[in-house]
Design a protein around this ligand. Structure first.
Ligand code: ATP
Length: 475
C-alpha cells in the first residue's frame, strides 16, 4: 500500500491539473484510496461515497486513472472501485435509477393517447408564448446558483447530480428527478442548474416553469386554440425545468401534453429536470406512463439539513445581506427550526428586521427577543433528551456519549454540563436525571452540578457556553 499511497498522491496532482476544478473537487477529492480487498497489497481500491458517484467514476475517470497507473508502475494497475458503507453519504431512500435513456423505449411508448376532457380552471397569469423563448423569459432566478447553495449530507448527492447534468445537459441523466420536502432547496438547486447551463452556453434555450404555470399554459393554448404554438415552444427548448410536478395531480390534459413534450425532448436529447415533494411513484394522480418515464434518468432526494448545515445556511444568507452573523445566534435559530430552510430563513429575516428596527446589534439577546413566540412554543417541550441532544450538538460529541461511561474530558465535561442544565431547566429530581444519563447514581449528578457551578466562576469559556446553551434551550 505505501506504493499505492504514493501513486494516489501523484494521481491526485495529475488529475487536479487535468480536470476543471469543480469536477476534480466533486468527483476525485471525495474518493478514498485503500488496499484492495484481496489483501495481497497489489493494486488499488478506490472507495466512492455513493453508487451514483461510483458509476460516474467508472464511466468518466477510471480509464484515465488506469493510464496514470500504468505510466507510474510500468505495468497495468488493477483498480477496484468500492462503495463506502451506508451513512458515509446519505442516499435516496428509494434506489436511484441511473439507467441511461433508451430512445428505443421512448419512441415505442410515445403513442398518442386521446385527450380527456379539459378541466375548467381559474385562469392564472399569462403564460409564455413561443415568441418569448429567450433567456430573459427563462424565469431563472440569478441569485440561485451553486455558489449560494450550501452543501451538506442532506443535498450533496442531489447537488452533484445537478452539476453533472448542468455540465452535460441531455447527455448524462434524463430526466433528472429531484424530490424532497417543502422548502428544502429543490427550486434553488434547479435554478442553479439552469443558470450554470446558461452561463456556459448562452445559446441554450432554457425554461424554468412551475407546474402550475405549465398547466396555465395548457389552459391558455386550449382557450386560444393555439396548441401548435404551445407545442412548438416547449419542444424547441434545450432545457426544460419543471418544478413541483405534484401539481399535475389529476390534470389529465396537462399530463397528456407534458407526456408528448417529454418524449419529443428526450428523443432529441434535450434535458428535462423535474422536482416533486415525493418520490415519483408516490406522486398522487399522475398517469403511470409518466411515472415510468421518470425512472429513465436519475432520481435523487434532498433531505432536511442537519444542524451544522442549517448553521452554514444561516451564515451564508447573512453574508448575502452583508451581516456578520454570530455563531451563537445562528446556533439559536438553527436549533429551533429544524425541518424547513424557508422557515429558517424567515426566522433570520425576522431577527435582522427586529435588530434594524430597534437600531441594535444582532446579539443573542436580540435574536431571543425577536423570536420570543417561536422559542416559547419550543420551550414548552423542554425535555432531558432535548437538553442532551442540544449539548451534544454544541460540543460536537455523540448523543450516545451522554449515556456512556467514557471519562475523557471532552466527553465527561459536556455530560456534566447537560446534567447541570437538566437540573437547572427542568423540574426533574437528581435520581431521575441520573437515570436519564445511562442509569447513573444521584450523587454523580449532584457532583456534576456542583463542579459546573464552581468552574463557571473562573472559566469564562464555560460560562459563555452555559449562557448560550441556556438561551437556546429556554428561548
Ligand atoms: N442548501 C441551501 N443553501 C442555501 N439556501 C438554501 C438551501 N436550501 C434551501 N435554501 C433556501 O431556502 C429557501 C427555500 O428553498 P426552495 O424554494 O428552493 O425550496 P423547495 O424545496 O423548492 O420548496 P417547495 O417544495 O416549497 O417548492 C430558498 O430561499 C433557498 O435559497
Amino acid at each position: 500500500m505505501p506504493q499505492c499511497a504514493a501513486f494516489w498522491t501523484h494521481c491526485l496532482s495529475c488529475l487536479e491539473q487535468e480536470l476543471p476544478s469543480q469536477q476534480y473537487k466533486t468527483w476525485i477529492v471525495p474518493l478514498r484510496a485503500e488496499e484492495p480487498s484481496g489483501g495481497d497489497g497489489a493494486g488499488l481500491r478506490l472507495v466512492a461515497p455513493s453508487n451514483f458517484h461510483r458509476q460516474w467514476l467508472r464511466d468518466r475517470y477510471l480509464r484515465r486513472i488506469e493510464e496514470l497507473g500504468e505510466e507510474y508502475f510500468g505495468a497495468p494497475l488493477a483498480i477496484e472501485v468500492g462503495l463506502a458503507p451506508a451513512g458515509g453519504v446519505r442516499r435516496p431512500s428509494a434506489p436511484p435509477s441511473a439507467a441511461p435513456v433508451s430512445t428505443a423505449t421512448q419512441s415505442t411508448a410515445a403513442a398518442p393517447q386521446p385527450a380527456p376532457p379539459m378541466p375548467r380552471p381559474a385562469m392564472p397569469e399569462a403564460p409564455v408564448s413561443a415568441e418569448t423563448a429567450n433567456y430573459d423569459k427563462s424565469r431563472l432566478n440569478p441569485d440561485f446558483t451553486f455558489d449560494t447553495l450550501v452543501t451538506g449530507r442532506a443535498n450533496d448527492l442531489a447537488r452533484a447530480a445537478a452539476l453533472q447534468v448542468a455540465q452535460n445537459p441531455g447527455v448524462s441523466y434524463n430526466p433528472l428527478f429531484i424530490y424532497g420536502g417543502v422548502g428544502l432547496g429543490k427550486t434553488h438547486l434547479i435554478h442553479a442548474l439552469g443558470n450554470y447551463v446558461f452561463k456556459h452556453d448562452p445559446r441554450k434555450v432554457i425554461r424554468y416553469v412551475h407546474a402550475e404555470d405549465y398547466y396555465a399554459d395548457v389552459v391558455r393554448a386550449y382557450q386560444q386554440k393555439s396548441f401548435d404554438v404551445f407545442k412548438r415552444y416547449y419542444r424547441s427548448l434545450d432545457v426544460l425545468i419543471i418544478d413541483d410536478i405534484q401539481f399535475f395531480n389529476n390534470k389529465n390534459r396537462t399530463q397528456e401534453e407534458f407526456f408528448h413534450a417529454f418524449n419529443a425532448l428526450t428523443e432529441a436529447k434535450k434535458q428535462i429536470i423535474i422536482t416533486s415533494d415525493t418520490y415519483p411513484k408516490d406522486v398522487q394522480g399522475l398517469e403511470d406512463r409518466l411515472i415510468s418515464r421518470f425512472d429513465w434518468g436519475l432520481t435523487v432526494q434532498i433531505e432536511p439539513p442537519e444542524l451544522e448545515m442549517r448553521v452554514a445556511i444561516l451564515k451564508k444568507k447573512a453574508e448575502v445581506e452583508r451581516i456578520a452573523l454570530d455563531d451563537d445566534v445562528a446556533f439559536l435559530i438553527a436549533k429551533n427550526l429544524r425541518s424547513n430552510v424557508r422557515e429558517l430563513e424567515g426566522a433570520l429575516k425576522k431577527v435582522l428586521a427586529f435588530a434594524r428596527f430597534h437600531g441594535k446589534e444582532v446579539t443573542l439577546e436580540v435574536a431571543k427577543e425577536a423570536l420570543k413566540d417561536l422559542l416559547n412554543a419550543h420551550n414548552r417541550q423542554l425535555t432531558v433528551e432535548f437538553i442532551q441532544k442540544t449539548v451534544a450538538d454544541y460540543y460536537k460529541i455523540k448523543v450516545a456519549d451522554m449515556h456512556s461511561k467514557k471519562r475523557t474530558r471532552v466527553i465527561a465535561r459536556p455530560r456534566q454540563v447537560a446534567m447541570f442544565l437538566a437540573k437547572d431547566l427542568t423540574p426533574m429530581s437528581l435520581p431521575a436525571i441520573g437515570e436519564a444519563f445511562g442509569g447513573r447514581d444521584h450523587t454523580t449528578v449532584l457532583h456534576a452540578c456542583r463542579t459546573i457551578a464552581e468552574l463557571r466562576l473562573g472559566d469564562t469559556q464555560l460560562n459563555h457556553d452555559l449562557h448560550v446553551l441556556t438561551q437556546v434551550l429556554r428561548g
